[in-house]
Write a protein that binds this ligand. Structure first.
Ligand SMILES: NC(=O)c1ccc[n+]([C@@H]2O[C@H](COP(=O)([O-])OP(=O)(O)OC[C@H]3O[C@@H](n4cnc5c(N)ncnc54)[C@H](OP(=O)(O)O)[C@@H]3O)[C@@H](O)[C@H]2O)c1
Length: 335
């Protein structure tokens, strides 16, 4: 997979401060690592008290809902760029407590945009393909969104408010389903599948729910490149280079880890009769104009899968269940 190379001139970014909110998350942790590779001065923030991020270092704890503290912290730091990867990122969790989720997903996103505008610094905000209903793929960034679930509505409201608060020096990047390795080993698609299988479940994935997955590392490279491209502003789409159904993705994940596909069940969206209207069937993006302007290019599924790791707590289980455990050898952990 293409990787944004390390900072070419050794100290080019050494004094450039980037504040990364949501640093303990799937995407945020990848952004921290990508920015460090480019030798930026990275300031990671998370919520739940993670003290140290593997491969990154100490993390500052900050509840984004504490508005005064958030403002004070960012004013004291005065970074050159603020990247917002913080969110209540699962539609199901949003549905459990939409009021709380809206405070994080919408109010905080807007507040960060206001702070960035006030400080006169660049603001990168991450949004989602779920602002669309999935009936008219592939979507351009100029297409009219039509979210069909509360998460999608919140992500759309955040986009509108962010772009209103920051008139310049801002990017809203809509992304798709992410593959990758999260710090907790619980957040990404393959981690959820392996945990479900390890606990004796046979997960069901839909053969008529299409996505264009990307990887957290690839999106992180895009965000870091956008830090360096101040002439690129506004709303953009980013995704991987291939479309496939969630079921096909599950099969590819099982194949990558040499696990038997008999532990994966095939379903259809119609099986979810009560929530069918909330699951877009076909979400894909057209990536122009951004893709034509960046060095980082969309990644294909094979290269995304190559990067995936078995969560540490499942490794022994994995060795006992894989048809050919040599297909995945644990790498040494970075601390
Ligand atoms: N994952 C995907 O497939 C996907 C697809 C499309 C778009 N996106 C978007 O991409 C972005 C990143 O998603 P992700 O998957 O990386 O999310 P994630 O793994 O769930 O991480 C969310 C992050 O937000 C932080 N956070 C939540 N509430 C907070 C609060 N009150 N104060 C401070 N931090 C808080 C979490 O901190 P703690 O861990 O400390 O709680 C965590 O670091 C989100 O905007 C999401 O909507 C993701």
């Amino acid at each position: 997979m293409y990787r944004l190379e390390e900072g070419l001139e050794h100290d080019r970014f050494a004094n450039v401060k980037i504040a990364i909110l949501g640093a303990s998350g799937l995407l945020g942790s990848a952004v921290c690592r990508a920015a460090l590779r480019r030798k930026y001065k990275v300031h990671p923030f998370s919520f739940s008290g993670v003290e140290n991020l593997p491969g990154v270092g100490p993390v500052q704890s900050l509840d984004l809902l504490q508005g005064q503290e958030l403002t004070r912290t960012l004013f004291d730091l005065w970074p050159e760029v603020i990247i917002n990867c913080a969110a209540v990122s699962s539609p199901d969790t949003v549905d459990e407590d939409p009021v709380h989720a809206r405070r994080v997903n919408v109010d905080t996103a807007e507040k960060l945009a206001q702070i960035a505008s006030h400080l006169g610094v660049r603001y990168l905000h991450v949004s989602s393909d779920l602002v669309f209903d999935g009936t008219a793929s592939p979507y351009r960034s100029t297409d009219i969104p039509a979210p069909i679930n509360e998460y999608g509505r919140q992500k759309l409201d955040a986009e509108t408010r962010v772009l209103r608060a920051c008139e310049e020096n801002v990017v809203v990047l809509r992304i798709t389903l992410l593959n990758g390795n999260s710090m907790t080993g619980q957040r990404s698609q393959h981690e959820k599948l392996l945990h479900a299988m390890a606990s004796g479940q046979t997960p069901t994935l839909f053969e008529d729910e299409y996505r264009q997955p990307s990887s957290a590392d690839n999106v992180a490279d895009v965000l870091v490149e956008l830090c360096e491209r101040p002439q690129l502003n506004g709303l953009f789409h980013w995704a991987g280079s291939e479309r496939l159904s969630r079921y096909e993705l599950g099969l590819r994940i099982f194949e990558r880890f040499s696990l038997s596909s008999e532990f994966l069940a095939k379903g259809k969206r119609a099986d979810l009769a009560d929530k069918l209207g909330e699951r877009p069937g076909n979400l894909t993006f057209l990536l122009e104009p951004l893709v034509g302007k960046l060095k980082t290019q969309p990644s294909d599924i094979s290269s995304q899968l190559e990067e995936l790791r078995v969560p540490d707590d499942l490794y022994d289980w994995y060795r006992g269940h894989a048809e050919d455990p040599s297909r995945y050898i644990r790498r040494f952990k970075i601390s």
